[in-house]
Write a protein of this length. Structure first.
Lengths: 399, 235, 385
């Protein structure tokens, strides 16, 4: 009679009694479910900011492309090359070629102030001067509206994220760069990557506007294969003419997103952790009152021969169920409220804005529900132990 | 009306009182055209079967409820006409309640329980202390002043309840089945105590009870049946 | 006050429940404190900005430099009483993750422009006398265990010396403190004359941005316009705005922090409202009979309402005070992100707001149970026992 099946039946019976009594305790139960939902919504919501930012960075760089900066520079902002150097870089072994030459784009990177649509306040928007290979050294670049700028002409195209986040970047409008006014002639996409936050012009045009002579700040190349990276890097770093650092684009963007991701993750976890502690107290409260309300019932079951283990497990199951329901509600709320919410923020490394969308990923949702389950288990454990320890005879007399 | 409110010697006048409760669409006539007068200084026992309306009548006299018809006048005050707010103040000054289940605050000591009605007066802390001590002495519970209700026996709890009822020296002490939850011996002690309070301290007491020993202690016993009073128990 | 023991004894009735509720309220207020500090760190600079100070930067963007020679021209503009400049140095000490700001400045004008930086007189003299001298804020000095007399190597990601080296060395001659609590004491400042001479050809004579003090803050907008007019149509046009507006735009570049913080706090307090409100409702339900007795004894409806409300307020205020206190202690230990939030502290104003919220929370959670208690019919309540 004491086989595992029998035991499971016991647990099932007690759990059922518990769940049936929920309507009588709806105040406390609601408080707990919503408490857990709040924790999960905030956790998932905050981390979806980091996830969204990371996603932008992750899709931006493929392992078979590389970026070359001046040695010691941690971003394009503070890097610099002359034309002779960029040529050496383009001709290095490992760089892919097409009929027009090496797939290498020497680029300029400056910042202009444009008001954010959301706030109307000035923000640092990156303006990049490119060479024609820029389209090949990046993945999945596409003009989605208007046309490409004409080489040598004072025209710009804007990334779709920039067009969305900053005022005055529609096709047909003009942007002011110093004393110049350049028309926006097209919008491009980059499958959600960093370039979408940028404004692009011909590098030569930008050089002239900024009195940069024939200098650049970075060189991006497409490699023959991901494996060609080492060869490419070695040839550059061993070249006495150059003093450069060579990074895979994928690694470069991971590095770029590190500061912000760390900030968000640190604060997000801190907040969610504190909230989780609060939710544990709330869950404890609910489950203690559940035990108190059912003292007699539990004692009756014990008197009838139900085991104390079954009581503990069934109460844990109840707490777990409530918490998981809360977790699912919280996760769904976060998903509905935040997923794909577009915004932009400052990338500390490049001093400029990056447009991104909150990403409520399945992984985050799972993480939220796991947190909920842990809250439920902790919240259920102590009350369950108390219930199991109730002296049966005493409890029967109660109430 | 004269100042003592005893226009024909009585402290409590219940005149033509009726009380109807509504349960769903059904009207339940608990009391009908009931008359009762209680002179000051009397110890009245009010007996009758369950559901006869004893407690309802006591509540009407104590101003906890209002009659559907008729009037309740106590010491010259038309109780049934007072607003809720005035009624609360009037209760605080004139009525002491003793309940069947003692109704002590489990979180307060005996002393603090007895002090409760005094919080509604303007007495200072030291004066309140004095009154509490006197009331506890009167019911013979001075040695339990600092104890919590759950550590007292039933009889002791009811003594504390009585002390709380008399601590403000009310015009009228209303007891609802004060011995109903006590064993014989403790019940007799309580009846003896109420008797003494009436005899030695001149308290006017109305006591609703089932207790067969009550008529022996009370000065007068009336019987309530089907909403009507009589001086003889039902056969 | 004579009723206080009554309220208190009710809170002690179910110690476990009261403690758990108290703890969840406490946690909510710790969070409130933390989020206040985070918000302070990210956008609080606006409040610290001087009302009489303007920031002048390159019109196109802050990263573009302005000629140092602009200073003399600005000083001639009516309404301008002082001009100082700074330049972003972008230096790293040991580890790029241990971020702090370093800027070359002209000591005299810089210190009089920013009186909120408090530097002992003899250290100021030492700075004026030492070409390679630098002063550093207390926070960073303590972080890296720097003392006056130390020589610290800093690598600039932007600026190379004439010999091509990016390694710069500075002599710490002073450690400054903030006059007010919100003053950022993480940056290091060193001398512009040393910097300008030592840096290579690139950028010589160029500075990052200017700060202007206006004689009359009421005329700040007017002066700003005059400054921008002065450099209109030059190769480096300027954009001049009040320091507060500049800081605000800077902070908002991160995103709408105020909104995010408000959303999180909203979620937290809504939850706590439910938890505490439920506790109070339960507490009132459990003692319907007792409340009936109080009324029978002669407590008025208003007094019963007040008893319940005071009880719920006592609970939330106690939780609030403890939570805010703990938050204060935790926040005083400093920035949890190692350097990203230099102005991480608990503003007094928010402390008071927190106290206000704790009282409001008590009223809101208590009001429904209190009304319920008030409306109890005595006879019904007694029957219920």
């Amino acid at each position: 009679m004491t086989g595992p099946l029998h035991w499971i039946l016991q647990v099932g019976a007690i759990t059922k009694f518990g769940l049936l009594s929920i309507p009588q305790r709806r105040g406390a139960v609601t408080a707990t479910v919503i408490g857990v939902a709040g924790v999960v919504a905030v956790l998932v919501g905050v981390l979806s900011i980091a996830a969204g930012f990371q996603k932008v960075m992750a899709v931006s760089g493929s392992p078979d492309s590389a970026i070359v900066l001046r040695s010691g520079a941690d971003s394009e902002m503070v890097s610099g090359f002359g034309r002779d150097q960029t040529r050496v870089i383009g001709d290095a072994p490992g760089v892919a070629r097409n009929d027009r030459g090496p797939l290498s784009s020497a680029e300029l990177f400056v910042i202009i102030n444009l008001p954010k649509r959301a706030t109307g306040l000035d923000a640092n928007v990156p303006l990049r001067g490119i060479e024609s290979a820029a389209w090949q050294v990046r993945d999945d670049m596409q003009i989605v509206q208007g046309r490409m700028f004409e080489w040598g002409k004072d025209e710009v195209i804007v990334g779709s994220g920039a067009a969305r986040e900053f005022a005055g970047l529609n096709v047909g409008s003009k942007i002011k760069v110093g004393r110049y006014e350049w028309p926006v002639v097209g919008v491009f996409s980059a499958k959600g990557g960093v370039p979408e936050s940028e404004i692009w012009s011909d590098a030569k045009v930008l050089q002239a506007a900024y009195n940069r002579g024939d200098s650049f700040q970075s060189v991006r190349v497409r490699l023959n294969s991901p494996g060609a990276f080492q060869e490419f890097k070695d040839s550059l770093t061993s070249n006495p003419q150059l003093n450069v650092k060579v990074i895979r684009q994928s690694d470069y963007y991971v590095e770029q997103s590190e500061t912000l991701t760390r900030l968000i993750a640190t604060l997000g976890f801190l907040i969610a952790f504190l909230m989780a502690i609060g939710a544990v107290f709330s869950a404890l409260n609910t489950m203690y009152s559940a035990v108190a309300a059912r003292t007699r019932e539990i004692a009756t079951l014990r008197a009838l021969g139900f085991g104390s283990g079954a009581v503990v497990v069934s109460l844990l199951i109840e707490a777990l169920l409530l918490a998981v329901v809360g977790g699912v509600i919280g996760g769904s709320l976060a998903y509905l409220a935040f997923n794909n919410l577009h915004t932009s923020t400052m990338n500390f490394q490049s001093f400029s804005q990056v447009a991104f969308a909150f990403q409520v990923t399945p992984r985050l949702l799972v993480r939220g529900v796991v947190w909920a389950a842990v809250i439920g288990l902790i919240g259920g454990l102590f009350p369950a132990i108390r219930a199991a320890r109730l002296p049966v005879a005493l409890a029967l007399r109660e109430l | 009306m004269n100042e003592s409110g005893t226009d024909n010697g009585a402290l409590v006048h219940v005149d033509g009182v009726g009380k109807v409760f509504h349960r769903g669409s059904e009207d339940i006539h608990v009391l009908t055209d009931l008359h009762l007068q209680v002179p000051a200084g009397e110890f009245l026992a009010l007996m009758g079967p369950s559901g006869s309306g004893k407690t309802t009548l006591l509540n009407l006299i104590g101003g906890l409820d209002r009659p559907t018809e008729g009037s309740v006048t106590i010491a010259g005050e038309s109780v049934h006409q007072l607003s809720d707010r005035r009624l609360a103040g009037w209760r605080a000054r004139h009525i002491g309640f003793v309940f069947q289940l003692y109704n002590l605050m489990p979180t307060l000591t005996t002393e603090r329980n007895v002090e409760l009605p005094l919080l509604l007066t303007h007495l200072s802390k030291s004066e309140r202390k004095k009154h509490v001590a006197a009331a506890l002495a009167m019911v013979g519970l001075s040695h339990r002043a600092g104890h919590y209700p759950r550590t007292l026996s039933g009889g002791e709890q009811q003594r504390a309840g009585i002390a709380r009822g008399i601590v403000t020296d009310p015009t009228l002490l209303l007891c609802d089945e004060p011995t109903g939850d006590l064993d014989r011996k403790a019940g007799d002690e309580i009846l003896k105590l109420l008797h003494a309070l009436n005899r030695e301290h001149g308290k006017t007491i109305i006591m609703v009870t089932h207790d067969p020993h009550a008529p022996a202690r009370a000065a007068r016993t009336v019987y309530l049946n089907k909403g009507q009073l009589s001086s003889e128990p039902l056969a | 006050m004579k009723y206080l023991h009554l309220v208190w004894s009710n809170l002690k009735r179910k110690k476990l429940r009261t403690s758990l509720t108290l703890l969840s309220i406490l946690v909510a207020f710790i969070l409130f404190g933390f989020l206040s500090a985070i918000q302070q760190a990210l956008v609080g600079g606006v409040a610290m900005a001087g009302a009489d100070r303007l920031i002048v930067r390159h019109k196109v963007s802050i990263i573009q430099m302005l000629p140092e020679s602009y200073k003399a021209r600005m000083e001639r503009i009516p309404g301008v009483s002082l001009v100082a400049h700074q330049t972003w140095f972008g230096g790293i000490y040991q580890d790029p993750k241990k971020f702090f700001m370093q800027n070359p400045v002209v000591p005299e004008e810089f210190l009089s422009m920013f009186p909120e930086l408090v530097l002992p007189t003899e250290q100021k003299q030492a700075w004026l006398a030492t070409r390679t001298g630098a002063i550093v804020g207390r926070t960073t000095a303590e972080r890296f265990h720097w003392k006056t007399g130390d020589r610290v190597p800093i690598q600039s990601s932007i600026w190379a010396q004439e010999n091509g080296s990016r390694n710069w060395e500075f002599d710490i001659v002073g450690i400054y403190d903030g006059k007010k609590k919100g003053t950022d004491t993480t940056p290091l400042f060193f001398r512009y004359d040393y910097f300008d001479e030592a840096r290579g050809r690139w950028g010589k004579g160029q500075v990052g941005w200017f700060t202007i003090r206006v004689a009359d803050p009421a005329r700040a907008a007017e002066v700003a316009k005059l400054v921008d007019q002065e450099f209109e149509n030059s190769s480096a046009e300027t954009k001049t705005e009040p320091e507060g507006a500049f800081v605000q735009a800077w902070a908002s570049q991160l995103g709408n922090i105020v909104l995010i913080v408000a959303a999180i706090l909203g979620a937290v307090f809504f939850t706590i409202l439910l938890v505490a409100g439920n506790t109070m409702a339960q507490a009132v339900r459990e003692r319907t009979g007792e409340l009936g007795v109080l009324k029978a004894i002669g407590f008025t409806n208003g007094q019963v309402l007040a008893l319940v409300l005071v009880e719920s307020c006592l609970l939330t205020v106690l939780g609030g005070v403890l939570g805010l206190g703990l938050a204060w202690v935790m926040i005083s230990r400093g920035d949890p992100t190692s350097g990203l939030l230099p102005m991480f502290f608990f503003p007094t104003r928010d402390l008071l707001v927190g106290l206000g919220i704790s009282i409001a929370l008590g009223l809101v959670t208590g009001i429904f149970p209190a009304l319920q208690a008030m409306r109890l019919q005595v006879a019904d309540a007694l029957r219920g026992t």
